[in-house]
Write a protein that binds this ligand. Sequence first.
Ligand code: HEC
Ligand code: HEC
Ligand code: HEC
Ligand code: HEC
Ligand code: HEC
Length: 153
Amino acid sequence: MGGAWLIAAWAATVMAAQQPIAFPHNTHMQLGLQCIDCHIGADDRAAAGIPSVRKCMLCHAKLAREKPEVKKVIEYANKDIEIPWVRVYGFSPDAHVKFRHAPHYRAGISCSTCHGDLTKATVAERTVTHNMGTCLTCHRQEQASEDCAACHF
Ligand code: HEC
Ligand code: HEC
Ligand code: HEC
Ligand code: HEC
Ligand code: HEC
Protein backbone atom coordinates (compact mmCIF):
# COMPACT_ATOMS: atom_id res chain seq x y z
CA MET A 1 0.00 0.00 0.00
CA GLY A 2 2.86 2.36 0.91
CA GLY A 3 4.37 1.51 -2.48
CA ALA A 4 1.20 2.30 -4.37
CA TRP A 5 0.97 5.65 -2.64
CA LEU A 6 4.59 6.45 -3.51
CA ILE A 7 3.98 5.64 -7.16
CA ALA A 8 0.81 7.78 -7.21
CA ALA A 9 2.64 10.68 -5.58
CA TRP A 10 5.52 10.38 -8.04
CA ALA A 11 3.13 10.26 -11.02
CA ALA A 12 1.36 13.38 -9.73
CA THR A 13 4.66 15.28 -9.48
CA VAL A 14 5.58 14.25 -12.99
CA MET A 15 2.20 15.31 -14.41
CA ALA A 16 2.13 18.81 -12.91
CA ALA A 17 5.41 19.97 -11.45
CA GLN A 18 5.10 22.55 -8.67
CA GLN A 19 6.82 25.50 -10.35
CA PRO A 20 8.34 28.45 -8.46
CA ILE A 21 6.21 30.83 -10.55
CA ALA A 22 2.87 30.12 -12.23
CA PHE A 23 4.00 30.98 -15.75
CA PRO A 24 1.01 30.96 -18.15
CA HIS A 25 1.84 29.77 -21.68
CA ASN A 26 -1.60 30.74 -23.03
CA THR A 27 -1.36 34.42 -21.99
CA HIS A 28 2.05 34.77 -23.61
CA MET A 29 1.04 33.01 -26.83
CA GLN A 30 -1.90 35.44 -27.10
CA LEU A 31 0.66 38.29 -27.25
CA GLY A 32 1.79 36.86 -30.59
CA LEU A 33 4.99 35.19 -29.38
CA GLN A 34 6.25 32.02 -31.10
CA CYS A 35 7.48 28.95 -29.20
CA ILE A 36 11.03 29.46 -30.49
CA ASP A 37 11.11 33.08 -29.31
CA CYS A 38 11.59 31.60 -25.82
CA HIS A 39 12.80 28.04 -26.55
CA ILE A 40 15.51 29.27 -28.86
CA GLY A 41 17.18 25.91 -29.55
CA ALA A 42 14.04 24.01 -30.56
CA ASP A 43 14.64 24.54 -34.29
CA ASP A 44 18.38 24.06 -34.72
CA ARG A 45 19.92 22.54 -31.59
CA ALA A 46 19.63 19.42 -29.46
CA ALA A 47 17.99 21.15 -26.50
CA ALA A 48 15.03 23.50 -26.84
CA GLY A 49 16.16 25.37 -23.69
CA ILE A 50 14.28 27.35 -21.06
CA PRO A 51 14.52 31.15 -21.32
CA SER A 52 16.67 33.11 -18.90
CA VAL A 53 14.97 35.52 -16.50
CA ARG A 54 16.71 38.29 -18.48
CA LYS A 55 14.44 37.40 -21.40
CA CYS A 56 11.38 37.82 -19.18
CA MET A 57 12.62 41.24 -18.11
CA LEU A 58 12.69 42.48 -21.72
CA CYS A 59 8.96 42.91 -21.14
CA HIS A 60 8.49 42.79 -17.39
CA ALA A 61 10.86 45.67 -16.73
CA LYS A 62 7.80 47.65 -17.85
CA LEU A 63 4.76 45.38 -18.28
CA ALA A 64 2.35 43.81 -15.77
CA ARG A 65 4.65 44.64 -12.83
CA GLU A 66 1.74 44.88 -10.39
CA LYS A 67 0.78 41.19 -10.80
CA PRO A 68 1.88 39.07 -7.80
CA GLU A 69 3.45 36.32 -9.97
CA VAL A 70 5.32 38.91 -12.03
CA LYS A 71 6.67 40.48 -8.80
CA LYS A 72 8.36 37.13 -8.15
CA VAL A 73 9.96 37.25 -11.61
CA ILE A 74 11.28 40.75 -10.85
CA GLU A 75 12.67 39.55 -7.50
CA TYR A 76 14.72 36.83 -9.19
CA ALA A 77 15.97 39.31 -11.77
CA ASN A 78 16.93 41.88 -9.13
CA LYS A 79 18.93 39.23 -7.25
CA ASP A 80 20.42 38.09 -10.56
CA ILE A 81 19.31 34.49 -9.93
CA GLU A 82 17.78 32.23 -12.60
CA ILE A 83 14.26 31.00 -11.83
CA PRO A 84 14.61 27.37 -10.63
CA TRP A 85 12.07 25.82 -13.04
CA VAL A 86 11.29 22.16 -12.42
CA ARG A 87 11.78 19.93 -15.47
CA VAL A 88 8.64 18.46 -17.02
CA TYR A 89 10.04 16.23 -19.80
CA GLY A 90 13.21 14.18 -19.77
CA PHE A 91 14.68 10.72 -19.28
CA SER A 92 16.50 9.07 -16.44
CA PRO A 93 20.27 9.46 -16.90
CA ASP A 94 20.64 5.63 -16.74
CA ALA A 95 18.66 5.29 -19.99
CA HIS A 96 21.51 7.12 -21.81
CA VAL A 97 19.11 8.72 -24.29
CA LYS A 98 20.25 11.51 -26.57
CA PHE A 99 17.18 13.27 -27.88
CA ARG A 100 17.68 16.10 -30.36
CA HIS A 101 15.08 18.69 -31.36
CA ALA A 102 16.70 19.88 -34.62
CA PRO A 103 16.05 16.81 -36.85
CA HIS A 104 12.41 16.76 -35.76
CA TYR A 105 11.95 20.44 -36.52
CA ARG A 106 13.54 19.92 -39.94
CA ALA A 107 11.17 16.99 -40.56
CA GLY A 108 8.24 19.36 -39.91
CA ILE A 109 6.93 17.66 -36.76
CA SER A 110 5.00 20.21 -34.72
CA CYS A 111 5.74 20.91 -31.06
CA SER A 112 2.20 19.86 -30.17
CA THR A 113 2.75 16.31 -31.48
CA CYS A 114 5.23 15.76 -28.66
CA HIS A 115 4.11 18.30 -26.02
CA GLY A 116 0.36 18.82 -26.47
CA ASP A 117 -1.25 22.17 -27.19
CA LEU A 118 0.61 24.70 -25.05
CA THR A 119 -1.15 27.64 -26.69
CA LYS A 120 -4.08 26.75 -24.41
CA ALA A 121 -2.05 25.60 -21.40
CA THR A 122 -0.98 27.51 -18.34
CA VAL A 123 1.97 25.84 -16.57
CA ALA A 124 3.53 23.11 -18.76
CA GLU A 125 2.40 19.59 -17.89
CA ARG A 126 3.49 16.27 -19.25
CA THR A 127 0.58 15.47 -21.55
CA VAL A 128 2.47 13.25 -24.01
CA THR A 129 4.35 10.09 -23.00
CA HIS A 130 7.81 9.55 -24.47
CA ASN A 131 9.49 6.18 -24.18
CA MET A 132 11.37 3.88 -26.51
CA GLY A 133 8.09 2.45 -27.80
CA THR A 134 6.59 5.82 -28.72
CA CYS A 135 9.85 6.98 -30.35
CA LEU A 136 10.14 3.78 -32.40
CA THR A 137 6.49 3.71 -33.48
CA CYS A 138 6.89 7.06 -35.20
CA HIS A 139 10.39 6.30 -36.49
CA ARG A 140 9.03 3.18 -38.21
CA GLN A 141 6.13 5.10 -39.74
CA GLU A 142 8.39 7.92 -40.93
CA GLN A 143 11.29 5.67 -41.93
CA ALA A 144 13.58 7.47 -39.49
CA SER A 145 16.50 5.70 -37.80
CA GLU A 146 15.92 2.58 -35.64
CA ASP A 147 19.64 2.26 -34.94
CA CYS A 148 20.38 2.00 -31.19
CA ALA A 149 23.27 4.45 -31.57
CA ALA A 150 20.98 7.13 -33.05
CA CYS A 151 19.14 7.49 -29.74
CA HIS A 152 21.61 6.16 -27.14
CA PHE A 153 25.13 7.05 -26.06
C1 HEC B 1 7.44 33.79 -23.03
C2 HEC B 1 8.27 32.62 -23.12
C3 HEC B 1 7.69 31.28 -23.55
C4 HEC B 1 6.99 30.99 -24.72
C5 HEC B 1 6.56 31.93 -25.82
C6 HEC B 1 6.78 29.56 -24.70
N1 HEC B 1 7.31 29.01 -23.57
FE1 HEC B 1 7.39 27.04 -23.09
N2 HEC B 1 8.19 27.49 -21.28
C7 HEC B 1 8.52 28.75 -20.85
C8 HEC B 1 8.93 28.69 -19.46
C9 HEC B 1 9.37 29.87 -18.59
C10 HEC B 1 8.85 27.33 -19.07
C11 HEC B 1 9.16 26.73 -17.68
C12 HEC B 1 7.91 26.73 -16.82
C13 HEC B 1 6.99 25.59 -17.09
O1 HEC B 1 7.46 24.44 -17.20
O2 HEC B 1 5.76 25.82 -17.22
C14 HEC B 1 8.38 26.60 -20.23
C15 HEC B 1 8.20 25.24 -20.28
C16 HEC B 1 7.90 24.52 -21.46
C17 HEC B 1 7.92 23.08 -21.58
C18 HEC B 1 8.30 22.11 -20.49
C19 HEC B 1 9.81 21.96 -20.47
C20 HEC B 1 10.34 20.93 -19.52
O3 HEC B 1 10.53 19.78 -19.93
O4 HEC B 1 10.56 21.27 -18.36
C21 HEC B 1 7.57 22.78 -22.86
C22 HEC B 1 7.47 21.39 -23.47
C23 HEC B 1 7.30 24.03 -23.53
N3 HEC B 1 7.52 25.07 -22.65
C24 HEC B 1 6.91 24.14 -24.83
C25 HEC B 1 6.48 25.32 -25.43
C26 HEC B 1 5.78 25.39 -26.69
C27 HEC B 1 5.44 24.20 -27.56
C28 HEC B 1 5.53 26.71 -26.94
C29 HEC B 1 4.75 27.31 -28.09
C30 HEC B 1 3.37 26.83 -28.21
C31 HEC B 1 6.10 27.46 -25.82
N4 HEC B 1 6.63 26.59 -24.92
C32 HEC B 1 6.11 28.86 -25.71
C33 HEC B 1 8.49 29.90 -21.60
C34 HEC B 1 7.87 30.04 -22.84
C1 HEC C 1 6.79 39.86 -25.06
C2 HEC C 1 6.64 40.34 -23.70
C3 HEC C 1 6.71 39.33 -22.57
C4 HEC C 1 7.71 38.43 -22.29
C5 HEC C 1 8.99 38.17 -23.07
C6 HEC C 1 7.34 37.78 -21.07
N1 HEC C 1 6.14 38.25 -20.63
FE1 HEC C 1 5.12 37.62 -18.99
N2 HEC C 1 3.55 38.83 -19.49
C7 HEC C 1 3.56 39.77 -20.49
C8 HEC C 1 2.33 40.54 -20.43
C9 HEC C 1 1.94 41.68 -21.37
C10 HEC C 1 1.56 40.02 -19.36
C11 HEC C 1 0.17 40.45 -18.89
C12 HEC C 1 -0.82 39.70 -19.73
C13 HEC C 1 -2.26 39.93 -19.32
O1 HEC C 1 -2.52 40.45 -18.25
O2 HEC C 1 -3.12 39.52 -20.12
C14 HEC C 1 2.38 38.96 -18.77
C15 HEC C 1 2.00 38.23 -17.68
C16 HEC C 1 2.84 37.38 -16.97
C17 HEC C 1 2.51 36.74 -15.71
C18 HEC C 1 1.24 36.97 -14.90
C19 HEC C 1 0.12 36.09 -15.28
C20 HEC C 1 -1.07 36.40 -14.39
O3 HEC C 1 -2.11 36.76 -14.96
O4 HEC C 1 -0.95 36.33 -13.18
C21 HEC C 1 3.58 35.98 -15.35
C22 HEC C 1 3.75 35.12 -14.12
C23 HEC C 1 4.59 36.15 -16.38
N3 HEC C 1 4.11 37.02 -17.34
C24 HEC C 1 5.84 35.56 -16.34
C25 HEC C 1 6.79 35.67 -17.35
C26 HEC C 1 8.05 34.95 -17.36
C27 HEC C 1 8.52 34.01 -16.27
C28 HEC C 1 8.67 35.30 -18.50
C29 HEC C 1 9.99 34.80 -19.00
C30 HEC C 1 10.12 33.37 -19.17
C31 HEC C 1 7.81 36.22 -19.23
N4 HEC C 1 6.68 36.43 -18.49
C32 HEC C 1 8.12 36.81 -20.44
C33 HEC C 1 4.57 39.96 -21.41
C34 HEC C 1 5.72 39.21 -21.51
C1 HEC D 1 9.59 14.28 -31.60
C2 HEC D 1 9.14 14.82 -30.33
C3 HEC D 1 9.41 16.25 -29.99
C4 HEC D 1 9.14 17.39 -30.74
C5 HEC D 1 8.58 17.48 -32.15
C6 HEC D 1 9.45 18.52 -29.89
N1 HEC D 1 9.92 18.08 -28.68
FE1 HEC D 1 10.48 19.23 -27.11
N2 HEC D 1 11.12 17.58 -26.10
C7 HEC D 1 10.94 16.27 -26.52
C8 HEC D 1 11.59 15.37 -25.59
C9 HEC D 1 11.65 13.86 -25.71
C10 HEC D 1 12.16 16.18 -24.56
C11 HEC D 1 13.02 15.72 -23.38
C12 HEC D 1 14.44 15.66 -23.92
C13 HEC D 1 15.50 15.32 -22.94
O1 HEC D 1 15.34 15.50 -21.74
O2 HEC D 1 16.58 14.89 -23.40
C14 HEC D 1 11.82 17.56 -24.91
C15 HEC D 1 12.17 18.69 -24.16
C16 HEC D 1 11.72 19.98 -24.40
C17 HEC D 1 11.91 21.12 -23.54
C18 HEC D 1 12.64 21.11 -22.21
C19 HEC D 1 13.98 21.79 -22.33
C20 HEC D 1 14.99 21.06 -23.15
O3 HEC D 1 15.71 21.71 -23.87
O4 HEC D 1 15.08 19.81 -23.07
C21 HEC D 1 11.31 22.19 -24.14
C22 HEC D 1 11.25 23.62 -23.62
C23 HEC D 1 10.76 21.73 -25.40
N3 HEC D 1 11.02 20.38 -25.52
C24 HEC D 1 10.11 22.55 -26.30
C25 HEC D 1 9.77 22.17 -27.60
C26 HEC D 1 9.31 23.08 -28.64
C27 HEC D 1 9.13 24.57 -28.49
C28 HEC D 1 9.09 22.32 -29.77
C29 HEC D 1 8.65 22.77 -31.16
C30 HEC D 1 9.53 23.76 -31.82
C31 HEC D 1 9.41 20.94 -29.42
N4 HEC D 1 9.83 20.90 -28.11
C32 HEC D 1 9.30 19.85 -30.28
C33 HEC D 1 10.27 15.87 -27.65
C34 HEC D 1 9.89 16.71 -28.69
C1 HEC E 1 6.09 11.91 -34.41
C2 HEC E 1 7.24 11.22 -34.97
C3 HEC E 1 8.50 11.08 -34.15
C4 HEC E 1 8.65 10.86 -32.79
C5 HEC E 1 7.55 10.71 -31.76
C6 HEC E 1 10.06 10.78 -32.55
N1 HEC E 1 10.77 10.97 -33.69
FE1 HEC E 1 12.80 11.03 -33.85
N2 HEC E 1 12.66 11.50 -35.82
C7 HEC E 1 11.48 11.56 -36.53
C8 HEC E 1 11.77 11.99 -37.90
C9 HEC E 1 10.76 12.17 -39.03
C10 HEC E 1 13.17 12.18 -37.97
C11 HEC E 1 14.00 12.69 -39.15
C12 HEC E 1 14.47 11.60 -40.02
C13 HEC E 1 15.32 12.15 -41.17
O1 HEC E 1 15.77 13.28 -41.13
O2 HEC E 1 15.54 11.36 -42.09
C14 HEC E 1 13.70 11.84 -36.65
C15 HEC E 1 15.04 11.88 -36.33
C16 HEC E 1 15.56 11.54 -35.08
C17 HEC E 1 16.96 11.51 -34.76
C18 HEC E 1 18.11 11.81 -35.72
C19 HEC E 1 18.47 10.51 -36.38
C20 HEC E 1 19.65 10.60 -37.30
O3 HEC E 1 19.89 9.62 -37.99
O4 HEC E 1 20.32 11.63 -37.31
C21 HEC E 1 17.07 11.10 -33.45
C22 HEC E 1 18.33 10.90 -32.64
C23 HEC E 1 15.72 10.89 -32.96
N3 HEC E 1 14.85 11.17 -33.98
C24 HEC E 1 15.43 10.48 -31.68
C25 HEC E 1 14.13 10.35 -31.18
C26 HEC E 1 13.80 9.97 -29.81
C27 HEC E 1 14.82 9.63 -28.75
C28 HEC E 1 12.44 9.99 -29.73
C29 HEC E 1 11.58 9.70 -28.53
C30 HEC E 1 11.87 10.45 -27.33
C31 HEC E 1 11.92 10.39 -31.02
N4 HEC E 1 12.97 10.59 -31.88
C32 HEC E 1 10.59 10.53 -31.30
C33 HEC E 1 10.22 11.34 -36.05
C34 HEC E 1 9.87 11.15 -34.70
C1 HEC F 1 14.20 6.20 -31.68
C2 HEC F 1 14.96 6.22 -30.46
C3 HEC F 1 15.44 4.92 -29.85
C4 HEC F 1 16.04 3.88 -30.49
C5 HEC F 1 16.32 3.72 -31.98
C6 HEC F 1 16.42 2.94 -29.47
N1 HEC F 1 16.04 3.40 -28.23
FE1 HEC F 1 16.32 2.44 -26.45
N2 HEC F 1 15.32 3.95 -25.48
C7 HEC F 1 14.85 5.08 -26.07
C8 HEC F 1 14.28 5.93 -25.06
C9 HEC F 1 13.66 7.29 -25.28
C10 HEC F 1 14.42 5.25 -23.82
C11 HEC F 1 14.03 5.76 -22.44
C12 HEC F 1 12.70 5.24 -22.07
C13 HEC F 1 12.20 5.76 -20.74
O1 HEC F 1 12.91 6.46 -20.02
O2 HEC F 1 11.04 5.45 -20.46
C14 HEC F 1 15.08 3.98 -24.13
C15 HEC F 1 15.38 3.01 -23.19
C16 HEC F 1 16.17 1.91 -23.45
C17 HEC F 1 16.59 0.94 -22.45
C18 HEC F 1 16.19 0.96 -20.99
C19 HEC F 1 17.13 1.73 -20.18
C20 HEC F 1 16.61 1.97 -18.79
O3 HEC F 1 17.37 2.44 -17.96
O4 HEC F 1 15.43 1.71 -18.55
C21 HEC F 1 17.36 0.01 -23.08
C22 HEC F 1 18.06 -1.19 -22.46
C23 HEC F 1 17.40 0.38 -24.48
N3 HEC F 1 16.67 1.54 -24.67
C24 HEC F 1 18.11 -0.31 -25.45
C25 HEC F 1 18.01 -0.05 -26.81
C26 HEC F 1 18.61 -0.91 -27.84
C27 HEC F 1 19.43 -2.16 -27.57
C28 HEC F 1 18.32 -0.34 -29.04
C29 HEC F 1 18.63 -0.85 -30.45
C30 HEC F 1 18.09 -2.16 -30.75
C31 HEC F 1 17.54 0.86 -28.76
N4 HEC F 1 17.39 1.00 -27.41
C32 HEC F 1 17.07 1.74 -29.73
C33 HEC F 1 14.92 5.40 -27.42
C34 HEC F 1 15.44 4.61 -28.42
